[in-house]
Design a protein around this ligand. Sequence first.
Ligand code: ATP
Length: 327
Amino acid sequence: MAKVNWSGAMISESRQRLIELLADGEFHSGEALAESLSVSRAAIHNNIEALAELGLEIFRVRGKGYRLERPLSLLDGAQVNEGREAPLHLFWQLASTNDFINQRRERCRNGEACLAEMQTSGRGRRGRVWQSPLASHLYLSYFYRLEQGMTAAAGLSLAVGVMLVDALTEQGFRDVSLKWPNDLYLEGRKLGGVLVELSGQFGEPAELTIGMGINVAMPAAIATQIDQPWSDLQQQADGCIDRSQLANGLLHHLDRGMALFAEQGLTPFVTRWQQLDCFAGKPVKLLMGEREINGIAAGIDADGNLLLDEAGQQRRFAAGEISLRGR
Ligand code: ATP
C-alpha cells in the first residue's frame, strides 16, 4: 500500500477548508461559507484577504459572494500516487520540497516523493527564487539512491528533462522543449525547471534529490514578479488541468526513467534530448559571470556537456556557473 501523508503546515485548517469550498470556481456567499466553517463572516473576510495575499485571485460581487477567478484542481494524494508503491508526502505549504527530501534522505526509499501546494522558499539554480504560488503549479521532489556514486549522476538533470517532456507529451501537451542544462520551455518561454541536489561520500552511493517546478496556471499577480519570459500549460488547455493526474504521470515517468538511468546513465536519453533541444543550430550566448561567449548551439555530448560552434571550432562546456541564452 502506498503511504500518503497530508500535513497542514502553516495554512490553517479553516483556510484549507475555505480553499476546498472555493475550488469549484462558483460563487459562495459569505454567509454560506461562514456557516460551513462555523466561523463569523468577518473571519471569512479576513481569511479571504489572507488567501489573496498568497496569490489566489478571488472576486467579491455584492449580493453573490466570493468566487475564484478560475476553478482550482487541488492535489489528491491517492490519485497522485496511484499505481505506485513508494511513499508520497503531500503538504499544503513547505519552504521547499527539495529541503523536505534533503532532510530525510537517509531514510528515503527510491521513488519517495514530496509535493506541496505552495513553497515559501522555492529555489532555482544558485539560490535564485522559484515563484511557487498556492494551488497553481506543481512543485515536486523525488528521491533516488544511485549505487554507483556521484560521478554516475553526470547529466542527470538532462535525463530528467527528457522524462518530464515525455510525461507531458503523453498527457497531450505539445511542443515542450528543453534548454540546457535544466529548463523546460514552451514556445520559447520558461515552463519549468529541474534542480538536482546530491549528497554522498566518494566510493559510496549518491543520494539524489530531484526537484522540479512546472507551471500549470500562472496567477496574474505572480507573473509580474518573474523577470524573464515564462509560460504555463494552461495555454494549451481549455478547462481546468487535473494537477493530480499530471503529477501521477510525471512520477511514473520518473520511476521508469530513473531505473533506466541507474542502469545505463545518460546514453539512452541523448538522442531524445537532442530532438527536444530548443536552441539546436541557433545563435546563443553563454553567460559566465561578467564573461559572455557567442556561438551556435550544437547540442550535447555523451556526458551532457553543451557543444558550441564558435568561429569554425567546436567547444564543450560543463554546466556549473554557466547560463545559456538565445540571441
Ligand atoms: P539558467 O539558464 O542559469 O538556469 P535561469 O535564470 O533560468 O538561468 P533558474 O535557476 O533555472 O535560472 O531559475 C530561476 C529563474 O527562473 C528566476 O531567476 C526567474 O527569472 C525565473 N522564474 C522564477 N520562478 C519562475 C516560474 N514559476 N516560472 C518561470 N520562471 C520562473
